[in-house]
Design a protein around this ligand. Structure first.
Ligand code: NAP
Length: 327
């Protein structure tokens, strides 16, 4: 048996309940992993509210680090006793121990501890694919301007530093002056407090009226229209989240009138569909973290019993960087 955080029905944070569940043996292609630390992500909120539907009851959570306890038939890249971490479907990381598919579980390098492992996998692999695998026309070059919303968040602080390491001029938005300062410390070339400044006007000012090559927009409904207007001709709108609610349907014709724009809506789980791609993306992430060019900022930790508060704080925009649930 293990303690796990489940929802029996969708709704507010009060739906998160600690229950006891059975843990079985790993089948072919699976492992059993004993978690040390669990990562909290905004997708957990979408699962809880039902925006991204799950079969119920469901154990939430997509990210954790821990020690491999048992390995099923055919698993070659992990063995019992390995330190490992993952971002993965299906949900179920809010627990002490679980059985899960092995293909997206990666062995942690010696220099990366369990806290960092649980804080970096989902958010860092997302920053990796956004900056390196979802490219605008002509690719990204040193000096290019890009705009990233929620720059002081979990994905945000990693992406700020990685963009700086790539020589990009990242303009980061955040909801308070303190968050803007944090994003700047983490490599944002320019910051905009979008709760009091007009981010479109400021982007135009910073880029000399040209606009940016890519907008990375995880806010959705509240920022969509203005984000499109921040793009230079042929620019790429990379919409990847709905923190303020989903983007309403739109007519493709507006992409033409706003400058022959591109739009892509990607999800990490398409990228990490195979063991090979997951491993190569994870190695890129582990390398940049090991080099010190990307530091993982853990803004807050909550014991698993306080998971409801952790969700409330994430939704209330009170967190910065990565958030951990401790066991
Ligand atoms: N598609 C993918 O593959 C993928 C993968 C990972 C994450 N994501 C998305 O990326 C985003 C960031 O994820 P994260 O886990 O690192 O979260 P996070 O950025 O740490 O937290 C979300 C942030 O969004 C901002 N925000 C703006 N309007 C908001 C609102 N109405 N309600 C709540 N927050 C609001 C807040 O920052 P400010 O106060 O600074 O505005 C808040 O701190 C999420 O939208 C998530 O779904 C997508």
């Amino acid at each position: 048996m293990t303690r796990a955080v489940q929802i029996a029905q969708t709704g507010g944070a009060e739906q998160l309940k600690i229950v006891d569940v059975n843990v079985g043996q790993p089948g072919p292609g699976e492992i059993r992993i004993r978690h040390r630390v669990v990562g909290l992500n905004f997708i957990d909120v979408y699962h809880r509210t039902g925006l991204y539907p799950l079969a119920l009851p469901a154990t939430l959570g997509m990210e954790a680090s821990g020690v491999v306890e048992a390995v099923g038939e055919g698993v070659k890249h992990l063995k019992t006793g390995d330190r490992a971490a993952y971002a993965s479907h299906p949900p179920g990381s809010y627990c002490e121990v679980r059985v899960m598919p092995a293909k997206t579980v990666c062995k942690l390098p010696d220099g990366i501890d369990f806290d960092t492992g649980a804080a970096l996998m989902l958010k860092g692999l997302t920053a990796q694919y956004l900056l390196k695998r979802s490219q605008p026309q002509g690719g990204l070059k040193q000096g290019d301007f890009v705009l990233l919303h929620a720059a002081a968040g979990g994905v945000g602080l990693i992406a700020c530093q990685w963009a700086q390491a790539m020589g990009l001029q990242l303009i980061g938005t955040a909801g308070s002056d303190a968050k803007c300062a944090l994003a700047k410390e983490h490599g944002a070339a320019h910051v905009i407090n979008y709760s009091k400044e007009d981010f479109l006007a400021r982007v135009k000012e910073i880029t000399g009226g040209r606009g940016v090559k890519v907008v990375y927009d995880s806010i959705g409904k509240d920022t969509w229209d203005k984000s499109l207007d921040c793009l230079a001709p042929f620019g790429l709108m990379s919409t990847f989240g709905n923190a303020s609610g989903p983007v309403p349907p739109f007519a493709p014709g507006i992409l033409g009138t706003k400058g022959s724009l591109y739009v892509t809506r990607q999800t990490l789980f398409t990228h990490i569909a195979t063991r090979e791609v997951t491993q190569s993306m994870a190695e890129d992430l582990f390398d940049i973290v090991s080099s010190g060019k990307v530091k993982i900022h853990i803004g807050q930790r909550y014991p698993l019993e306080q998971v409801q508060q952790a969700h409330r704080d994430l939704e209330a925009r009170k967190t910065t960087g990565s958030t951990l649930l401790t066991l």
